[in-house]
Design a protein around this ligand. Structure first.
Ligand code: OFO
Length: 171
């Protein structure tokens, strides 16, 4: 069974993953209003992924015989200045999440909960992908500068992203 410390820390992270989903939904709505439908799609898929991350962790808490603790989900920002501001915020948010995930893995180690440590490794790897994916987009935005034609080309690229559940239902 999970320790109380780990149960509380994992529950906080479930909340944080759902906050991430909320944040990306707010960003998706903002991008939609800017006329950037592909960017809105990318962020919507990102929100779906965050929901999957949170739900997977919630299921793990139950699987380990503990009861998740629930708290209010923080309100995300209501508006964003432009697409660059959105992706800069995505990167800084993911960097914060990376710190949280590392702290959880460290706590699992301190509690000598090897199973939980192992469980956290998926999230550790995922954060590397999250940061690298958004850094790539920010690099492209730097090259694009004020060129709206190139921005629309990037938007088209982002329209292709589809949600793939990283945790298909167990047989
Ligand atoms: Fe759940 O990875 Fe982003 O926040």
């Amino acid at each position: 069974m999970l320790s109380e410390k780990l149960t509380n820390a994992l529950s906080d992270q479930v909340n944080a993953e759902y906050y991430s989903a909320y944040l990306y939904l707010a960003m998706s709505a903002a991008a939609d209003k800017m006329g950037l439908k592909g960017t809105a799609n990318w962020l919507f898929v990102q929100a779906q992924e965050e929901t999957a991350h949170g739900t997977h962790m919630y299921e793990y808490i139950l699987e380990r015989g503990a009861v998740p603790a629930f708290a209010a989900i923080e309100q995300p920002p209501a508006s964003f200045d432009n697409v660059n501001a959105i992706f800069e915020k995505v990167l800084s948010h993911e960097q914060t999440v990376t710190h949280r995930i590392n702290a959880l893995a460290t706590l699992a180690m301190q509690e000598s909960d090897h199973a939980c440590y192992q469980f956290m490794m998926w999230y550790v790897d995922e954060q590397v992908e999250e940061e690298s994916g958004v850094t790539e987009i920010l690099d492209k935005l730097k090259l694009i500068g004020e060129n709206n034609g190139m921005l629309l080309a990037l938007d088209n690229e982002l329209a292709a992203r589809v949600f793939v559940n990283p945790f298909p239902a167990k047989a």
